[in-house]
Design a protein around this ligand. Sequence first.
Ligand SMILES: [Fe+2]
Ligand SMILES: [Fe+2]
Length: 278
Amino acid sequence: MRKFFPVQDLARDERFTQATNEERMADPRGTNIASAIRKARSTNRLTPSRPDATDAARSLMHGIMVGEIQALEGAGRTCFDFVTGEEAPFALKLDMARQCWDEARHVEISVKLSEWMGTELGQFVENTVLFAAACSQDPVLRLAGVNRALEGLAIDVFTTMKEFGELAGDPYLAFCEDWMLADEVTHVKMGSVWLRKITENDPERRKKALEFQSVVDKIFSYGGLRSESDESPILLARRFRELAGFSDGELTEIADVSLAALNERREAVEKTLASSPA
Ligand SMILES: [Fe+2]
Ligand SMILES: [Fe+2]
């Protein structure tokens, strides 16, 4: 079987449409100023009272579902791509195998939740950035980029979705998100533990892994998506991240980067509003 599978070759049937992060994040203001303003004005914490709550929650749920598929594919690749005991310890592969088991369950749960919310599979575009981060040649970078950065974001997303389900009076959504959240804390913790263990005597490799993690984190801080402010759709879930092995310093850095991204968005929105006809 082929090793190191590139992101372009992910197996998907005709229902799915894929886009890279750059394509998704492309600034729409040049082509459709009205929709950009509408979007900017409605972007705050995802709660049922938001006018676009239904579509936003369905889109986020679909994003979670395709993220679960890619997390399964990524952890599976890490079990297979590296030589056991030389490039990756057996115990790390066991953790990745356990993660595959969890992610496969999350895929099933997320497909059912998407259907429950009235969404068809493939209705929204699939962002392939998670699997792209799982294509690194170094297993430690995969753990930093996927388990710590992206599944760290999953902790934030699931916490917000769980609250959304509670506020909306949807016990299915709240319950499922809570269970998946518990698993994600374990996955992020695996990333934290293995990153520290493998790079214990290799500060250069640790530095590279942490830099990769911070690059992936920054991609998702774009536009203030996640921060500690109510203006961000997703809340930074400090407590669960602490449980998953993030240090106070790391949490402060993520909070600062997120806030800076939010401020940038605020300025861009103000500029757009000032330069557009009323
Ligand atoms: Fe998951
Ligand atoms: Fe996960």
